[in-house]
Every structure is written in C-alpha cells, then in structure tokens.
Design a protein around this ligand. Structure first.
Ligand code: GTR
Length: 411
C-alpha cells in the first residue's frame, strides 16, 4: 500500500523542433517562497459539492469560477459587438523573402465607439496546403515592431513611435512559418492605451472590465477578423502573449471558447502564477505591487485583497482550468523571478486536475518542477528555460512542438 505521495518528474517531452536543439539540461534555480493561505480547490463547488465529472465541471463549477474571476480579478467581460468588418488594406503574396503571404487590415466593430480601428498584421506560410493554424497575440509597440519588414504599415494614430523591428528578437517568424503556422498581431494600444488615466473622469464600478479584460475583448475581435480569411483554419487559432499580454491571452481564451488553445509566456502575477505563492524578500510581484504600478489592469474589487491573498475565493490555477479541455501552455524563465516561475508551474499542475476530468493527463499530480529546457505535460504543458523575461527561439520551438502534439488535427 502506498503510504507516501508519489512525487514523480513529469515526463519530459522533447519532440521535433526541440530535439537536437542543443538543450542543456540543469536543475532550475528557484528562490525560496511562502504561501498566503491554502489554495482553493478547483474541484469543490461553492456549496461544498465535489466535482467528479466533466459534466459537473461545465454545468456547476466552471460558471462559478468564471463569475468570480470576472467580478473580482478582471472585471466583467466586455460584450461582443454586433459584428465586425475587416477592411483589408494590403495583401502581398511575396513577403519575407517570398516565404509568406502578408495581409494587413483594419478591424471596425459595429456599434462600438472606437477612437481608431484595430490594425491587424497577418503572416501566413505561402507553401501551405490548406488552411493553417495561426498564433494570434497583441504586441506592445506597434505591428512594425515585430519585424523589420518595410512593408509593415504604421498607422497614423500611433503615438510613441518605436523603431521598426524593435521587438523582432521575440518573433521567430522563420521557425513559425516553416512549421506551417501563421501569426497575427494587433498593437495593444489600438484597443486601449496602457495607462492608468484611461479611467480619468469615468465612474468605474468595482466589477467593471479593466484594461486586461478590454485587451482580451480586442484579441477576440482579432479572431473575428481571422475568421474572414479563407487560408486560416478557424478551428486552430491559438491565443498567445508575453507578460501582460500573456495575462490577456489566458483571459481571452477563458472567455472566448473559439480560441483552440492558449499560451502564456512569463505572464506572472494576474496571469499564470498563483497569487498566494510569493517569493521571499519581495522578489515576486504581489497584488500590492501590481495594483500600485498598474491600477488600470484589474477590476477595482481586487484592491480588497491586497495583503489578504488568503481571502481570495479564487486563484490563478482556476483561470488556466477555465480553458479546459483546450490545450494550454505555460512558459517561464529562470531569471524572471518577478513572474514567479514556481508559482506558474504549480498553477499549471493544479489546473491539470480539471483536464483529467476530460481524460487529458496534463501535468501529473505531485510532479516536481522540471529541469531547465525540459518541457512537460500533455494537454497542459510547461517549461522553464534559462534567461530573462522575454520570448526566445527556444520558447517558440516548444510552443510549436506542443501545438503539433495537442491542437486538433487538420480539418
Ligand atoms: C511588469 C509587470 C508584470 C508584467 C510585465 C510586462 O512591469 O510588473 O506584471 O506584466 O511588466 O508586461 O512586461
């Protein structure tokens, strides 16, 4: 009889693109951390009932958690507009040295007072046979920041103009396109500027949607627009994002079931990492720190839990669980202690309990933190790599391997 819990290493998953990539395996260095209270059990409903089937989950527990995360953390989801129009402005069948189709256009939402349209840039692999899966994410500094491609348009309404290709190192376009995937992006500021004064002169109710919820709504409008492009597979659109935009991608996938999968890269506090799990010495971001610096990101209700994380009726593993049974991938960086890599791993592992109701293994119960550069998990995936808070070629190779293994197959 088993007396002690089995702590097994989650099975490493080193397929295709990562194989032979010169991975150097080593134990990840983690800083000491502590807990503020006990993690809520995703599988116990508010009335104490145990959730034992996928059906109970969908009927009972998921709506409860969606309501809690909406009202307390992000604000109630912004309703979808009556429809959108995607006005194509440019198409080139010979972009990126002949490798890609480039499409650029403006998203206009019906019945919404938009100060500007949302400009979307799409690259699709030219050699594809049939509709392709696409990574859809927001960017921080304008579409022209993701690559030096001089064909990328810079809309007239952009302020704080950054150099072309400034964030190109975060987008391994060759790798993505060669793997048969497309990529689409919208500047986050087109949807809402990342500034606390967006709420100036606005009477904000405690559960009104805040900036992350508004960006997530915008990401869904990007999805609406992708659905108008025949070369895009509507059943394989992956919401992805780095850091604050990773928080956004998770909330977008949680609130919009049309996202086939989601990726969080270094999303940290208010994203993939557990709010109750805190690195000693103020080394990880807490509610207090994040709300002080970014008061516009979350619902005002979250302020009530500053320094009282233990009183929160939800935690971030339940955000990840809302995406079940769709594939979800969480990536951390060893040097990104602010995002709390261990808290991100534990959230993905805990969310896996919900995936198992659907027969999807996720990350095994009790699994230890994997070594550096050793992705783990099926349906729910995780890796930690060496280095800092950014997106690297390693991250993209791992995302692609995971999506190849876990996305629904070609139509
Ligand atoms: C940090 C913030 C994090 C993360 C990051 C980013 O300053 O504290 O929560 O979102 O910014 O978006 O790069």
């Amino acid at each position: 009889m088993q007396t002690k819990p089995i702590v097994h290493r989650a099975l490493p998953l080193i397929p295709g693109l990562l194989a032979g990539a010169g991975l150097n395996q080593a134990t990840a260095h983690l800083e000491p951390a502590f807990w503020k209270g006990k993690l809520p059990d995703a599988l116990v409903a508010a009335d104490g009932r145990r959730i034992e089937s996928a059906d109970d989950w969908a009927r009972l527990r998921r709506p409860e958690l969606l309501q809690l995360l909406s009202s307390i953390v992000y604000g109630m989801p912004v309703p979808a507009p009556a429809g959108i129009e995607f006005k194509v402005l440019e198409r080139s069948d010979n972009a990126l040295n002949g490798k890609a189709i480039r499409i650029q256009g403006d998203i206009v939402c019906r019945g919404v007072n938009q100060p500007n349209p949302f400009r979307m840039l799409v690259y699709l692999p030219k050699q594809a046979k049939g509709p392709v899966p696409v990574f859809l994410g927001l960017n921080f500094n304008g579409n022209h920041s993701i690559d030096a491609d001089p064909g990328i348009q810079i809309p007239g309404w952009i302020d704080d103009l950054k150099p072309r290709g400034e964030n190109g190192h975060r987008y391994d376009l060759d790798l993505i396109l060669d793997a048969g995937y497309g990529i689409a992006t919208i500047h986050n500021a087109d949807i809402q500027p990342d500034r606390p004064d967006v709420w100036k002169n606005v009477a904000r109710k405690k559960d009104d949607p805040a900036t992350i919820a508004t960006w997530a709504w915008g990401l869904s409008r990007g999805l609406d627009a992708l659905l108008t492009i025949p070369e895009v597979d509507p059943g394989r659109i992956v919401g992805w994002g780095h850091s604050r935009l990773g928080k956004t991608a998770l909330w977008a996938a949680a609130t919009d079931p049309r996202f086939a999968a989601a990726i969080s890269n270094d999303s940290g506090c208010g994203g993939a990492s557990l709010t109750r799990h805190i690195v000693e010495g103020d080394k990880s971001e807490t509610l207090k720190a994040i709300i002080k610096q970014f008061p516009h990101w979350f619902a005002l209700n979250l302020n009530d839990f500053i320094d009282r994380e233990e009183a929160l009726p939800v935690d971030q593993h339940e955000l990840i669980a809302l995406i079940a049974p769709r594939p979800v991938y969480v990536a951390s960086a060893e040097g990104d202690v602010w995002a709390d890599p261990e808290g991100e791993f534990l959230a993905a592992r805990e969310a896996s309990k919900v995936y198992r109701l659907f027969g999807i293994p996720g990350i095994p119960e009790g699994a230890a933190m994997p070594d550096l550069h050793r992705p783990v998990g099926a349906g729910v995936g995780y890796h930690i790599r060496a280095g800092e808070h950014t997106v690297t070629g390693f991250d993209w190779a791992a995302f692609l391997d995971f999506m190849n293994a876990n996305l629904p197959k070609k139509p």
